[in-house]
Design a protein around this ligand. Structure first.
Ligand code: PLP
Length: 392
């Protein structure tokens, strides 16, 4: 048992940055640990029919998962504990599995590419209709929902906002309402925004998914995913998916993720402030053709992000002048930024997304995705600037 995120004596609701520190702690007892223990046990003492005790076998649940699951739920504003899974993609698969055969999935054309691949597999093997939409265009998404739900077809509206890697911002509350009115389940991948940036459950979404690998864990040392929902039936179905498919997390990874979560607010505050600073400077750099970050006043997502989000996130889209060759040369020329896939770690990294054959063909060949970390902003700028100048 862990203590609640909001101590009884709290004179006011705790801020999310405090919840990230306080949630999922063991009860305060003299001599007790401040942190939940890491328990390495695949099975638990049990006998009898039905078996007595909360814990039976570690594929079904462990005491090391629960504190993280409670903390994430508290951050997303859910009353039911979250569900941690072996990766963000496993969490996405658990949600997609709720779509009936011959149902439909409406999703952004620039959603995380492996989610697109998974949706296509459901289309090929289960007859699920997959409709890719431009999430910036609210009317077009509603029209797609109209068409996909015609005749009472059931399905899922899957959202990512901002999108990976194009940084498009969706009008999530409006789209969630439209989908629910048509009987569609709604789920939002909240990896880029983090629970500090937005809480889609408060907008009526049925579920929120995270690649915990990224900001929540924050140190590029674990692969992990999670789903949070306040719907008991949906939670039971997702729980059953996790157990039956064995899509589980190792206890060590979850323990590390909770440790990382404690500093989420500091990391996000720092990295998104630096991202906005770099975006502003890059926007006027002579070697840059285009930069995307919702903080920029002329970015297509700026007004929506200002209205809906707390902060603009720490991912930048950058297209250097000179096309794909210039983009590859920039990745080769940086010294501090790490050329690597993934994002959301303390270290800044970058990559050209179309180097993956699976990336959506509507993503420009020369688009670099930059994940801004927590290094000194001027060091990050100096390195980018020297690399851009070296392009000649
Ligand atoms: N969602 C987003 C937005 C991602 O960027 C990623 C991974 O890059 C995933 C989900 C998948 O997460 P994981 O790599 O933890 O399986």
């Amino acid at each position: 048992m862990t203590s609640p995120a909001l101590p009884d004596h709290s004179p006011r609701p705790l801020a999310p940055s405090t919840v990230a520190v306080t949630a999922g702690r063991p009860p305060r007892v003299p001599g007790g640990p401040v942190n939940p223990p890491l328990v390495l046990s695949s099975t638990y003492v049990s006998q009898g029919e039905p078996p007595a005790g909360d814990l039976l076998y570690a594929r079904m649940g462990t005491e090391t998962w629960s504190p993280f699951e409670e903390a994430l739920a508290a951050l997303e504003g859910a009353t039911l504990p979250g569900l941690v899974l072996g990766s963000g993609l496993a969490a996405i698969a658990a949600v997609f599995a709720q779509v009936p055969d011959d149902g439909a999935i409406v999703l952004p054309r620039h959603t995380y590419q492996a989610a697109l691949g998974l949706a296509d597999e459901l289309a090929a093997r289960h007859g699920v209709r997959v409709v890719r939409v431009d999430v910036e265009d609210t009317d077009a998404v509603v029209a797609a929902l109209d068409e996909a739900s015609a005749g009472g077809v059931r399905g899922l509206l899957w959202l990512e906002s901002p999108t990976n890697p194009m940084l498009e911002v969706a009008d999530v509350p409006v789209l969630v309402e439209a989908a629910r009115a048509r009987g569609f389940l709604t789920a939002v991948d909240n990896t880029f925004a983090t629970p500090l940036g937005q809480n889609p459950l408060a907008w009526g979404a049925d579920a929120v998914v995270h690649s915990v690998t990224k900001y929540l864990a924050g140190h590029s040392d674990v692969v992990l995913g999670a789903v949070v929902t306040d719907d008991p039936e949906l939670r039971a179905a997702l729980h059953s998916y996790r157990t039956q498919h064995g899509a589980i997390a190792g206890p060590s990874e979850v323990w590390l993720a909770l440790r990382g979560l404690r500093t989420l607010a500091l990391r996000v505050e720092r990295s998104q402030a630096t991202a906005a600073l770099l975006a502003e400077r890059l926007a006027t750099h002579p070697a840059v053709a285009q930069v995307r970050h919702p903080s920029l006043p002329d970015d297509p997502g700026h007004a929506r992000a200002t209205r809906l989000m707390r902060g603009y996130g720490s991912i930048l889209g950058l297209r250097p002048a000179g096309g794909r060759e210039a983009a590859d040369a920039l990745v080769a020329a940086v010294r501090l930024w790490v050329p690597a896939t993934s994002l959301g770690g303390v270290e800044s990294s970058l990559e050209r997304r179309r180097r993956f054959a699976t990336e959506s063909p509507t993503v420009p060949e020369d688009l670099l995705r930059l994940s801004v970390g927590i290094e000194d902003p001027e060091d990050l700028w100096a390195d980018l600037d020297q690399a851009l100048r070296s392009l000649g």
